[in-house]
Design a binder for this molecule. Structure first.
Ligand SMILES: Cc1cc2nc3c(=O)[nH]c(=O)nc-3n(C[C@H](O)[C@H](O)[C@H](O)COP(=O)(O)OP(=O)(O)OC[C@H]3O[C@@H](n4cnc5c(N)ncnc54)[C@H](O)[C@@H]3O)c2cc1C
Length: 408
C-alpha cells in the first residue's frame, strides 16, 4: 500500500497531526497505524477522565530533558492560543480552572471523539490493531512493516509515546526500542508524575487520609524540590498532586531521599511551639488522644504524638516543653524515607526517551533521515503535571506538520 504520510501511533500527537495536516492539505493521503484496537486510549484517561488539555503558564521552566531548550521553539510558536483555536475548529472549547485548561465538557472522551470525528470527516485512514514492527529505508521512501503488512510512504511521523500508563494505553515502548536498535541515541527512561513508595509503617496506619502540606523532596539536608498541595497516605507510601509533581527526581538519583511534609505550613516552628504550649495549658485535662482534635486531622495528630513517644491515654498536662518542641518539629517535618516510585504503569509521563540531539528543534525532523519526524512523549522532553505534557504533544505535532506542509 502506498501513501504520502504514515503516522505511527494514534494517540494525542498522532491524531492531532493527521487532522491538522488534512485540514491544511486535503489532497494528502494519510494513514495512522495504531497498535491497539482503539485510538487514543491514554488521552481518554487524562486528567482523571477530564483531560487537562493545556495550561495558561506554558514555559520552559515546567519542562525537563537533557536538552530542554529543544522544546522552546515549538512551545512558543504553537502556544495555548494556537492550540485553543485548532481545538475550537474541531468542536472542543476550553474552560480554565486556575491556570489549567480543560474541555468545557470536562470529558476526555469528548476530546478523543472530536479528534476522531474530524479525522474520519477529512478522510484520514486509521488502521487499528496494526502494530509497527519494522521500518525499512528505501531509496527516497520508507517501508513500514506491521507484521506481514507493509506500507510505503514518503514521510513518517513517529508519535508512539513511551512507557507511561502501561500496556493498557499501548505504552510498550516498542518504537523506542526499534529506533534505539536502528542507531538513534537515547536518554535513560524513568517514570515521572507517579506515586512514591516510602517506608510504610506510618502511611499504612493513615491509609486513605488526605492532608494539605508543603512537601519537600530531600537528599540529606539539601531540598531538591518543594510543592504545596493535598497529600494522600497510602498503604505503599504517599500520593497526591505535590508528591506526583516532585517524583521525577527519585529514580534519577543514586542517593537515598526523604519526603518531608510540613502539615502546618502557614505557621513558623517558633509560633507553633507557643501555640502548642498554650493549648496544653488550656486543654490540660484533655487526653492526648484528642489533643489535636480541632487543629489537625485527628488521626494524623494521634500518630504524630505516638511517634514522639507520648501515651495517648495521658492528659495534655503531661506535655513538657521538650516534648512540645519535638511534636512541633514532627508536624513541620513529618519525614518518610523514599524507597521507589510505583513504576511506569502508574506514571503519567516518561522522563528520557529518544535524544533530542537526533532532531531539529524547529521542525522535529531527523538530522539523519529526511522526512522522518518524531513528536510527543517519545522524545526526551517531559513536563510537570498540569496540562504541560499534552501541550508538548500538541506543540511538537503542529511543528512537524507545518514543516511537512512546506510552511517553513
Ligand atoms: C493516567 C494518565 C493521565 C494523564 N493526564 C494528563 C493530563 O491531564 N494532562 C496532560 O498534559 N498529560 C496527561 N498525561 C500525559 C499525556 O497523556 C501524554 O503525555 C500524551 O498522551 C503523550 O502523547 P503521545 O501522542 O506522544 O503518546 P500517546 O498518547 O501515548 O500515544 C501513543 C500511541 O502510539 C501507539 N503505539 C505505540 N507503539 C506502537 C507501535 N509500535 N505501532 C503502532 N502504534 C503504537 C499507542 O498504542 C498509543 O495509542 C496523562 C497520562 C496518563 C497515563
Amino acid at each position: 500500500m502506498t501513501t504520502d504520510i504514515i503516522i505511527i501511533g494514534g494517540g494525542a500527537a498522532g491524531l492531532l497531526s493527521a487532522v491538522y495536516l488534512k485540514k491544511q492539505n486535503p489532497q494528502l493521503n494519510i494513514r495512522i497505524l495504531e497498535a491497539l484496537p482503539r485510538v487514543a486510549k491514554k488521552l481518554l484517561l487524562t486528567g482523571n477522565g477530564r483531560c487537562n488539555i493545556s495550561n495558561k503558564n506554558i514555559n520552559l521552566s515546567r519542562y525537563h530533558g537533557d536538552n530542554v531548550s529543544f522544546a522552546e521553539y515549538a512551545l512558543n510558536k504553537y502556544d495555548l492560543e494556537f492550540t485553543k483555536s485548532f481545538f475550537e475548529s474541531i468542536g472542543v472549547d476550553f474552560v480554565f480552572e486556575g491556570d489549567k485548561a480543560f474541555p468545557t465538557s470536562l470529558q476526555a472522551g469528548s476530546v478523543v471523539d472530536c479528534l476522531r470525528f474530524a479525522a474520519e470527516e477529512l478522510g484520514v485512514l486509521i488502521h487499528t490493531d496494526t502494530k509497527v514492527t519494522n521500518i525499512q529505508i528505501l531509496k527516497d521512501k520508507y517501508r513500514i512493516w506491521a507484521d506481514k503488512l507493509s506500507f510505503v510512504c514518503d514521510t513518517v511521523i513517529v508519535a508512539a509515546g513511551l512507557f507511561s500508563g502501561g500496556y493498557k494505553c499501548g505504552s510498550d515502548g516498542s518504537m523506542f526500542e526499534l529506533l534505539k536498535k536502528s542507531g538513534f541515541k537515547t536518554v535513560k527512561t524513568t517514570p515521572a508524575i507517579v506515586q512514591l513508595k516510602t517506608e510504610n509503617e506510618i502511611t499504612k496506619q493513615l491509609k486513605g487520609i488526605k492532608v494539605d502540606a508543603n512537601v519537600s523532596l530531600k537528599c540529606g539536608e539539601k531540598t531538591l524540590r518543594q510543592e504545596f498541595g493535598e497529600v494522600l497516605f497510602c498503604d505503599y507510601g504517599l500520593s497526591g498532586p505535590p508528591v506526583m509533581q516532585i517524583s521525577r527526581e527519585v529514580p534519577r538519583s543514586k542517593n537515598s531521599m526523604t519526603l518531608s511534609l510540613d502539615i502546618m505550613p502557614e505557621i513558623s516552628f517558633d509560633d507553633l511551639v507557643l501555640k502548642l504550649e498554650k493549648r496544653a495549658k488550656n486543654l490540660s485535662l484533655r487526653p492526648l488522644e484528642e489533643f489535636f482534635t480541632g487543629l489537625l486531622q485527628k488521626r494524623v495528630g494521634q500518630v504524630i504524638l505516638k511517634q514522639c513517644g507520648c501515651k495517648l491515654s495521658d492528659t495534655a498536662e503531661s506535655l513538657d516543653s521538650g516534648i512540645i518542641k519535638k511534636i512541633a518539629k514532627t508536624v513541620k517535618s513529618f519525614n518518610f524515607k523514599v524507597i521507589d516510585t510505583t513504576g511506569f504503569v502508574n506514571s503519567q509521563v516518561t522522563a528520557g526517551g529518544i535524544s533530542t540531539d537526533e532532531f531539529f528543534d524547529k521542525t522535529m525532523e531527523s538530522k539523519t533521515y529526511k522526512s522522518f519526524y518524531a513528536v510527543g512523549e517519545i522524545l526526551d522532553i517531559d513536563g510537570d503535571c498540569g496540562g504541560f505534557n499534552l501541550q508538548w504533544a500538541w506543540s511538537s505535532a503542529f511543528c512537524a506538520c507545518d514543516h511537512i506542509l512546506g510552511k517553513k
